[in-house]
Design a protein around this ligand. Structure first.
Ligand SMILES: [Zn+2]
Length: 348
């Protein structure tokens, strides 16, 4: 593995024998290492069995995202794996709210568009929910046999969505037809959004966060919240579940109690800045500017500029973007130029 400069636009990249990593994974407490598992899992789903076109990217990313969770479970236990699965589901639901329904399918609709658009929550997280459901329908032992046979069957080849469907029809639906129907398979792969029978993942590990949230919203000072056992995913859950509108005094209380502004964990910092921007908590702006000028990982940068845009921080957005843009990877520059074209004066 090689850790690249902070401008590296992705979490990781699965080059055979030399995975590239963003330095934002280095949190000081090994809390973000699941991306390492993800890039290694691509050795099988991605580099051994590859997607034939970008439309079929979900075959790489869905299975790999599922394997990531299995590796986390094997190394860190079921509780941590469930936490990460629930966070993954939350990201998917968030993207479902803003993405047109026609885009919410496993095969990406990019035949005549920029293939970068295939890298979305549906090719990763919806596809991984599909694989998780296959596991729960078949039972883990039977599903693991299917997985091994699938990878062996297609090893060293590039396959399309339809190659997978055909293979599933000849194997899964024959051997396990009592557990999964052809209609259900088609609904998962070609249907929009999540199937209506889908049961969202849950984790009792978030109960303590729910209790803290309720206390905080009910007026308890931040320093009285029981957070000592929390790991990064608990913090992410806490920040994502705060009400849309939070008062300035509550934000100041949270920041003073937990030093969220300038937090060394890039995930927590990003989620905190999103809450702060939405609520015009301007105290964060200098630290936000440093963060956006230092880090060029699209996963963090894009949502933060979107929040600035939605919250109407036009002047600040232009200043930060002009300063940060030269340090971003060209692929991210193109996306942000398109997203921010009004603010940065390309049109209107
Ligand atoms: Zn991947």
């Amino acid at each position: 593995m090689i850790v690249l400069p902070p401008s590296f636009p992705f979490g990781g990249m699965e080059n055979p024998m030399l995975a590239f990593m963003t330095p934002t994974l280095i949190a000081g407490d090994k809390s973000l290492v699941s991306t390492v598992a993800h890039e290694l899992a691509h050795s099988w789903t991605g580099n051994l069995v590859s997607n034939a076109t970008w439309r079929d990217l979900w075959l790489n990313e869905g299975f790999t995202t599922y394997f990531t969770n299995r590796i986390v479970e094997a190394v860190y236990g079921k509780e941590q794996a469930e936490l990460e699965w629930v966070i993954e589901y939350g990201r998917l639901v968030e993207e479902m709210q803003s993405m047109p329904l026609a885009e919410q399918t496993l095969p990406a609709n990019v035949q005549d568009r920029d293939p970068n658009l295939a890298f979305n929550r549906f090719t990763y997280d919806k596809a991984s929910m599909f694989v998780h459901e296959l596991e729960s329908r078949l039972g883990r032992a039977a599903f693991d046999i299917f997985l091994r046979q699938y990878v062996e069957h297609f090893a060293f080849s590039a396959i399309t969505t339809e190659s997978f469907v055909k293979y599933a029809q000849q194997t899964l639906l024959v051997e396990h037809g009592d557990k999964l129907s052809e209609n259900e398979l088609n609904e998962w792969i070609y249907g929009q959004g999540l199937p209506d029978w889908f049961v969202a993942p849950t984790s009792t590990s978030f109960d303590k966060v729910d209790a803290a949230l309720e206390a905080f919203i009910g007026g308890a000072p931040a320093h009285t919240l029981a957070v000592t056992q929390w790991r990064v995913h608990h913090w992410q859950y806490f920040l994502s579940k705060l009400p849309l509108v939070v008062s300035q005094s509550m934000l100041l209380d949270l920041d003073e109690a937990f030093q969220l502004t300038g937090h060394q964990n890039a995930e927590i910092a990003c989620d905190w800045y999103r809450v702060a921007i939405r609520n015009h908590f301007d105290l964060i702006l200098p630290a936000l500017s440093i963060y956006l000028c230092k880090i060029g990982r699209g996963k963090f940068v894009r949502p933060l500029f979107t929040e600035l845009q939605v919250a109407g921080y036009k002047q600040e957005l232009v200043t930060i973007y002009n300063q940060a843009r030269p340090g971003y990877h060209p692929s991210l520059q193109v996306k942000l130029d398109a997203l921010l074209r009004v603010e940065i004066g390309l049109i209107g």
